[in-house]
Design a protein around this ligand. Structure first.
Ligand SMILES: C[S@@+](CC[C@H](N)C(=O)[O-])C[C@H]1O[C@@H](n2cnc3c(N)ncnc32)[C@H](O)[C@@H]1O
Length: 179
């Protein structure tokens, strides 16, 4: 039987570079895509686009399932995501902003149904995820989901995040918080 997930991922992979140490882990990405299919969010935001693995595949999955959701993603470092969105046929579905997540939140619609917090400061510190969690929280729809990546680590504030949701232990750790 044809799988919309497999089709969407295959199409997205045609425009995405290989995963590397900074990309979202492929196993984590699989969980996130499954949550999108299940939750059917309308407004999806991402902190830290990097090369677009989450943003492009999230847009592809929403499109494959004919869902109305749109994805807003931001990164102050430009890694070519805007071109990949166009190449994947996702213009009008995925919106990349060459700016910070904080600024993105002033530009995207609200309430937000699904937030993926994956921004890392230059030098590798993940602690800004707690700041981003605090900033996005008031903009979330009650019942929405916030997913924070890299929560298996030992950075400042990670305990608070793990206690606020369900910490999944695979890959680099993903905590899922129901608002
Ligand atoms: C781990 S990578 C993100 C991986 C990406 N989510 C994916 O799907 O592959 C972290 C990114 O966060 C970005 N970043 C740093 N500060 C940021 C901020 N204030 N807002 C948004 N992104 C930020 C970095 O430039 C880097 O590209």
């Amino acid at each position: 039987m044809a799988s919309p997930v497999a089709d969407a991922v295959a199409r997205s992979n045609g425009v995405l570079p290989s995963f590397d140490a900074e990309s979202c882990d492929p196993r984590t990405l699989t969980v996130l895509l499954a949550l999108l299919i299940h939750e059917e969010p309308r407004v999806v935001v991402e902190a830290g686009s990097y090369q677009g693995h989450f943003a492009v595949q999230a847009g592809g999955i929403l499109q494959a399932y004919n869902l109305s959701g749109r994805v807003w993603t931001a990164d102050p470092a430009d890694h070519g995501v805007a071109d990949r969105i166009v190449a994947a046929g996702l213009a009008g579905r995925v919106f990349y902003h060459h700016t910070t997540f904080e600024e993105l939140l002033t530009l995207c619609p609200a309430p937000i149904d699904f937030a993926f917090l994956d921004a890392t400061e230059r030098g590798g510190a993940a602690a800004m995820r707690l700041t981003h969690l605090t900033t996005v929280l008031p903009l979330m729809r009650p019942g929405g989901l916030i997913c924070v990546d890299d929560t298996k680590g030992d950075w400042c504030g990670v305990d608070v995040i793990r206690r606020a949701g369900i910490p999944l232990g695979g890959a680099r750790g993903l905590t899922v918080i129901r608002v």
